[in-house]
Design a protein. Structure first.
Length: 128
């Protein structure tokens, strides 16, 4: 079976395209204590994965609440049953919110994680 670059329509992703390491994380948010205003946000490491990364320019998608969100990066990874947009991507010290999880070419071989850059992993959530 031959493998073509993913730039062309109707092509496949090759395992060799997955040349960067990312970490998938779950985010847990604890409400503020009765006397506090800050939320407690923690990220739990799920697993490290090999990925191919694509910077996206000018793409906009809408989530289930019709809130406009800009996709800044696509991460291509091996198919992972049960992965949802509730997970986050950590890559080179920056967090990316997963907006959409797409089964690439509907073959159950690879996912495209359509993400929006959130910022450095030290960014915290505060209430207001």
């Amino acid at each position: 079976m031959s493998c073509n670059a993913k730039r062309r329509k109707d092509t496949r992703i090759c395992i060799g395209d997955l040349d960067r390491r990312i970490v998938l994380q779950l985010r847990k948010i604890k409400p503020p204590e009765a006397d506090g205003i800050d939320y407690n946000e923690t990220f739990i490491v799920e697993q490290s994965w090999w990925a191919s990364i694509e910077t996206v320019s000018g793409t906009t998608v809408f989530d289930g609440n019709n809130i406009e969100q800009v996709v800044t990066h696509n991460f291509y990874i091996r198919y992972l049953p049960g992965l949802t947009f509730e997970s986050w991507v950590l890559f080179e010290g920056k967090r990316y919110r997963i907006i959409d999880v797409v089964d690439y070419n509907e073959r159950h071989e690879f996912y495209v994680l359509r993400c929006s850059l959130r910022g450095a992993e030290t960014t915290t959530v505060t209430g207001n």
